[in-house]
Design a protein around this ligand. Structure first.
Ligand code: BGC
Length: 728
């Protein structure tokens, strides 16, 4: 077999099956079809999925759910096909099945991997009980592109943050035993560098050096593989001219050989077929050949391997050895999931909606994800005893707060609105409401009504942002301002001179410069999921003290993109102490730096994060390579008068290197809760992985070079407190 597949402990079962399968049946295992149609399995005319299952020519189905439907199809495969190999049911359960959790970008903002673990545990329990085995999550595409809609599905711009969240989510979906009735196989996607799409345009070209591939895009995938992820999905983009679906370097050399990945690679939706449109494959047979030979094991939706595989085998364009390897990988997962022993799901035990406990988890995690961007004069938190509140804006009374991926059926469980939750949280207040403007479009006719309410209220909450439909896949925006006339609404409320706060509900960084100075307080709530309103009210009224931080830079304007904290220095960097210098790398018509930096987020209390202290200030490179670490200890102190959360952040800069290094790289973070006056010390071990980098020229090699490293501690990427570590 190619790669490092170890089929133990099911080696003999798999060998036995392979020995009995025809070439067509083997190719059939590589096929995944989507359930499409107005009716479920068994309810209408015979569907191609049923026919293929009966003939033993189907490995997996996506987009079918529910115990009755999955059992119906499974019975066909297990009881009517020649070899009775069970089907694998997959679905995009990205941030919840029934119980919609905050979008993944929001989850990353919690800087608490426990948030993603809770989403994954609840999702796995709900989905597995409904007959599903496999989720196409987590997504871990590092990106510097806020225009790219799929940033909503990712952990933002930092490889380390993405890696920590990816590993936590994989472990929580999969648990210790994939055969357990409350676990799902996970899928690390999209492999690789999808977030590098030029201009942020979805599916677009990515031209990336080997160094950047390995230092920026691959670390979360490596972490997911180390955490035991069952599957990996290929990406839609090219990587330096080679489509990811036909890239032996990434799929086989790195993933399967170098990392020893023993799971299988699934194509993305028609990703094999799209090799033709890329101009990489001549026809369907060629597309099938290229993708299988590169390392794709299962074809989603398009059918080139099943259609042309027999001929490709006869002509020697694909090998039986590679085919057997792909089939073995797929069968291995079916064994691990226990499907040969228990192919059906208990129809009486299906979770049929969000439980109280699941809702509580969604509410708590959503509040943990929110980022207080600005709070001048302590206008937040609000007093629940306030006499009157106006709640205005297109999202004030909207249920469009679930975010980009809503599992089928979850639409039956809409988000709690902000208006309802404010009324609940401030039962004695007079709460008024007007939309003012729609989420999109330029009609400003409703603004006077909203302004009248704002004039009349002690304080106004303006809820603005993005409809979920303009975030996620195929939802690139060229402009990152609030859509439509929402800016006009904010400006009109500001012009009343009355106190107000802005709540943002969105799937990507937005530009806020047109109105930010006029707004006393801004809460970034993202798309918070099913308990949206409650979680927002929890933060607005101070039941929860916000502690989230930005997992991605917020630009001043779209023209400044890409702007990200972990950039390299030019030979002519901008120097704040010489603002008038001409020949430096900057925009003439824009202030230097982003609007909100990576890692930024305020609290209702204040913190002091001290300088890091190092267990030693000198260490040998050889010792680091042998596993030694240096401990950086950072003391954080709650200097305010409320209990609150701070995220201690540790950044590293390799000052002089043979390959120019980012000015800062996040290498440690810890979210802590402290009472007023309380302090604690958090400790971060720094080893070779934290101080080294992948060299991109010649044979790729991870190296730790001697020299000085600046170790910064603080509560954003602007951290100033630093110590120097010398590697000898
Ligand atoms: C997306 C994947 C998703 C797949 C299946 C594709 O369009 O890129 O992320 O898992 O569809 O729905």
């Amino acid at each position: 077999m190619t790669g490092a597949t170890t089929t133990a402990p099911y080696a003999s079962e798999i060998e036995d099956l392979l020995g009995r399968m025809t070439a067509e049946e083997k190719l059939g295992q590589l096929q995944q079809l989507s359930w499409t149609g107005d009716t479920g399995p068994g309810e209408g005319q015979t569907h191609e999925v049923e026919t293929a299952a009966r003939l033993g020519l189907l490995g997996s189905v996506l987009n079918v759910a529910g115990p009755r439907h999955t059992n119906y199809l499974q019975r066909i495969a297990v009881e009517e096909s020649r070899l009775g190999i069970p089907l694998l049911f997959g679905l995009d359960i990205i941030h919840g099945y029934w119980t919609t959790f905050p979008i993944p970008l929001a989850q990353a903002a919690s800087f608490d991997p426990g948030v993603s673990a809770r989403d994954a545990e609840v999702s796995a329990r709900e989905a597995r009980s409904n007959g599903l085995h496999w989720t196409f999550a987590p997504m871990m595409d590092v990106t510097h592109e806020p225009r790219w809609g799929r940033i909503a599905e990712s952990g933002g711009e930092d490889p380390y943050l993405n890696a920590v969240f990816a590993a936590a989510k994989v472990r929580a979906y999969q648990g210790d035993d994939l055969a357990a009735p409350d676990r799902l196989a996970a899928c690390a996607k999209h492999f690789a560098a999808y977030g590098g799409a030029e201009g942020g345009r979805d599916y677009n070209t990515v031209d990336v050096s080997e160094a950047r591939l390995r230092n920026l895009y691959l670390p979360p995938f490596k972490a997911a593989v180390d955490a035991g992820v069952a599957t990996v999905m290929a990406a839609f983009n090219t990587i330096s001219g080679v489509p990811a679906h036909a890239n032996p370097h990434t799929l086989t050399d790195i993933l399967k050989e170098e990392w020893g990945f023993d799971g299988f690679v699934v194509s993305d939706w028609t990703g094999v077929h799209e090799l033709i449109a890329h101009g990489f494959a001549a026809d369907g047979a060629d597309a099938g050949r290229l993708s299988l030979n590169a390392g794709v094991d299962m074809e989603m939706v398009s059918t080139h391997l099943a259609d042309h595989g027999p001929r490709l085998l006869t002509e020697g364009r694909i090998s039986e050895k590679r085919l057997d390897d792909a089939v073995a990988r797929i069968l291995l997962l079916k064994f691990r999931l226990g499907l040969f022993d228990r192919p059906y799901v208990d129809e009486g035990a299906a979770v049929t909606g969000p439980t109280g406990e699941a809702r509580a988890a969604a509410r708590e995690t959503a509040a943990r994800c929110m980022v207080l961007l600005k709070n001048d004069g302590g206008v937040l938190p609000l007093d629940p005893a306030t006499g009157s509140l106006a709640v205005v804006g297109p999202f004030a009374d909207s249920t469009d707060l679930l975010g980009t991926w809503i599992a089928p059926g979850a639409a039956g469980f809409p988000a709690v609105t902000v208006l309802d939750a404010v009324r609940e949280a401030a039962p004695t207040a007079r709460v008024t409401h007007a939309r003012g403007v729609a989420a999109e479009g330029h009609d400003t006719g409703g603004i006077p009504e909203a302004v009248a309410l704002a004039r009349d209220a002690d304080l106004t909450v303006v809820v603005v942002g993005e409809p979920a439909a303009i975030t996620g896949e195929a939802a690139t925006r060229a402009d990152l301002a609030l859509p439509g006339a929402q800016r006009d609404l904010v400006a009109a409320v500001a012009a009343t001179g009355r106190p107000f706060v802005v709540v943002l509900v969105n799937g990507r960084p937005l530009t806020t410069d047109e109105w930010l100075d006029s707004a006393p307080a801004v809460l970034e709530a993202w798309h918070p999921g099913i308990e949206a309103g409650h979680a927002i009210a929890d933060v607005l009224f101070g039941a929860v003290n916000p502690g989230g931080k930005l997992p991605v830079t917020f630009p001043r304007t779209a023209g400044q993109i890409p702007v990200y904290y972990n950039h390299e220095n030019t030979g002519r960097p901008y120097r704040p102490e010489h603002p008038d210098e001409k020949y430096v790398s900057r925009y003439l018509d824009l202030d230097e730096g982003p609007r909100f930096v990576f890692g930024h987020g305020l609290s209702y209390t204040t913190f002091d994060v001290g300088a890091p202290s190092l267990s030693t200030d000198r260490i040998e490179a050889g010792a680091l390579r042998a596993g030694a670490t240096v401990e950086a200890a950072v003391t954080v102190h709650n200097t305010g008068d409320r209990t609150g959360d701070e995220v201690v952040q540790l950044y590293v800069h390799d000052v002089v290197a043979s390959q120019v290094q980012p000015v800062r790289r996040l290498r440690g973070f810890r979210r802590v809760t402290l009472a007023p006056g309380e302090s604690t010390t958090v400790r971060f071990p720094l080893g070779a992985e934290d101080l080294g980098f992948w060299e991109g020229t010649g044979e790729p090699r991870f190296t730790v070079e001697p020299g000085d490293f600046h170790i910064y501690a603080g509560n954003s990427a602007l951290a100033e407190e630093k110590r120097t570590l010398t590697v000898t």
